[in-house]
Design a protein around this ligand. Structure first.
Ligand code: PLP
Length: 449
């Protein structure tokens, strides 16, 4: 039996075991054919059958420093040999070092870290703390947002992923609509004025004294990179200050260089009261999340019990991974690189627009980008609508299948193709990926009119 055939057999067994004995997220369980990854390095995944796959969405927009960086492995091994787990009531060196480093990175008085395990657990704790701090119960969030899949976090998000569990929604989340410039009929100035006025009206309807916090993604992610109108965040900050409402930034996806700054909100020149982090904090080398809290909020617990806790809070090995990852962002100038590569991709998408009538819009900040496909540029009729039903996904399913067949992993949703590669990506690798997308777009072009 040749090595390849032998590998194929292994691959099938690996896939079968996963499909038969584990449950796959957000999917019908039958009929799946996932990439089975043997190793991963840089911006590439390698399947068990030897296929090299370019990852254009950094896993789930979290592998910012790319895969297989042995500097992280070494830091993790070293920490594991010293101390892996200790009760969160004890402290290790890396816990404090990481807290201190994050305080340096974060602006203003956002100096106190509560370590969690993932994005959703950061959100849950932010909600809890905001309510405790203000004595108010309502949390305002945008319909076009996702904040995680646990009960509180999914109720907070406006994303339709919540609709399947609608009956379980946690109470006291108020959603507001915020359109983006591409889908809005009038000018961006009008959009800003309208959106701010409508948010303020809604706050009045709900009673400002009942509202604990406004929770926003630092930059819009899986809803389609539906960027905030210019100046919007500053207005939201003003509204929060006016009514004593806390501003929580969900930087789970937009944090850690993804948008060309440490945090997405820094593109909007504001300082929030709390920041939720995960993903790029460890780039997936190990799970870790963090809720960064301002001194003003944290100091309340100098003489009162902080009613937050998780067995694995501040896990030493995850903290060691995060410390090394933060060092790599700085040593390798990855945040500057994200800005540079983002601009390069924007210019190349402009070129692709000339040959692909199906490209309606490309919305990008740093390396958090998304192509929106349309059937017609004039009418902006989407290739697949918001929350598309299976029958409405016919063209996009073919586009996604082509992308996969040509050796790319990326996030494709409704009429969106995400372009959010690791920040280490080179121009040659960008070209390789865009060539695949361009080939797949021919399918979508045929559906235009
Ligand atoms: N917040 C945002 C903006 C996200 O994009 C996600 C996940 O994609 C989350 C929160 C939830 O993070 P996790 O899946 O680590 O719980």
């Amino acid at each position: 039996m040749s090595a390849i055939v032998e590998n194929k057999k292994n691959r099938q067994e690996i896939v079968d075991n996963s499909l038969n004995y584990t449950m796959m997220s957000w999917s019908k369980q039958k009929g799946l054919d996932p990439f089975a990854i043997e190793k991963a390095e840089g911006v590439y995944l390698y399947d068990f059958d030897g296929r090299k796959i370019i990852d254009f969405s950094s896993g789930l927009m979290n592998s910012n420093i790319g895969y297989g960086d042995q500097r992280v492995t070494d830091a993790v091994v070293k920490q594991m040999q010293q101390v892996a787990f200790i009760s969160p009531a004890c402290v290790s060196q890396v816990r404090g070092d990481l807290g201190k480093k994050l305080a340096e990175i974060c602006p203003g008085d956002l100096n106190r870290a509560f370590f969690t395990l993932c994005g959703a657990s950061s959100i849950e704790n932010a909600i809890k703390l905001a309510r405790l701090h203000t004595g108010r119960h309502k949390i305002f969030t945008r319909y076009q947002s996702y904040h995680g899949a646990t009960i509180g976090a999914i109720s907070a998000g406006g994303d339709p992923r919540k609709l399947a569990v609608d009956s379980q929604q946690a109470p006291n989340f108020i959603h507001f609509d915020l359109q983006d410039a591409y889908h809005y009929e009038y000018s961006e100035e009008n959009l800003l004025k309208d959106s701010v006025a409508s948010l303020e009206r809604q706050i009045e309807y709900e009673g400002p004294n009942n509202i604990a916090a406004i929770l926003l993604e630092g930059e819009s992610g899986t809803s389609g990179c539906l960027q905030y109108p210019k100046g919007y965040m500053k207005e939201v900050r003003k509204i929060c200050d006016k009514y004593g409402i806390l501003l929580i930034m969900d930087e789970v996806m937009s944090g850690f260089g993804r948008t060309g700054k440490w945090f997405g909100f820094q593109n909007h020149d504001i300082v929030p009261d709390m920041i939720c982090m995960a993903k790029g904090l460890t780039c997936g080398y190990l799970p870790l999340g963090c809720l960064m809290v301002s001194e003003r909020i944290a100091e309340k617990y100098d003489d009162a019990v902080l009613p937050l806790g998780l067995t694995y809070s501040a896990h030493s090995v995850s903290c060691a991974a995060a410390l090394e990852v933060l060092k790599i962002y700085e040593e390798d100038n990855l945040i500057e690189k994200a800005v540079e590569m983002g601009k390069y991709i924007e210019s190349r998408i402009e070129d692709l627009k000339k040959i692909h009538p199906s490209i309606g819009d490309f919305r990008n900040t740093g390396l958090l980008g998304c192509i929106e496909l349309v059937k017609n540029r004039e009418t902006k009729e989407p290739m697949a609508p918001f929350n598309a039903k299976p029958a409405e996904m016919a063209v996009m399913n073919k586009v996604a299948a082509k992308i996969k067949e040509l050796g790319m992993y990326t996030f494709v949703r409704w009429g969106y193709i995400f372009i959010a590669p690791p920040l280490i990506i080179t121009k040659d690798e960008v070209e390789e990926g865009l060539a695949i997308i361009s080939e797949a777009l021919k399918i979508a072009d045929e559906a235009t009119y």
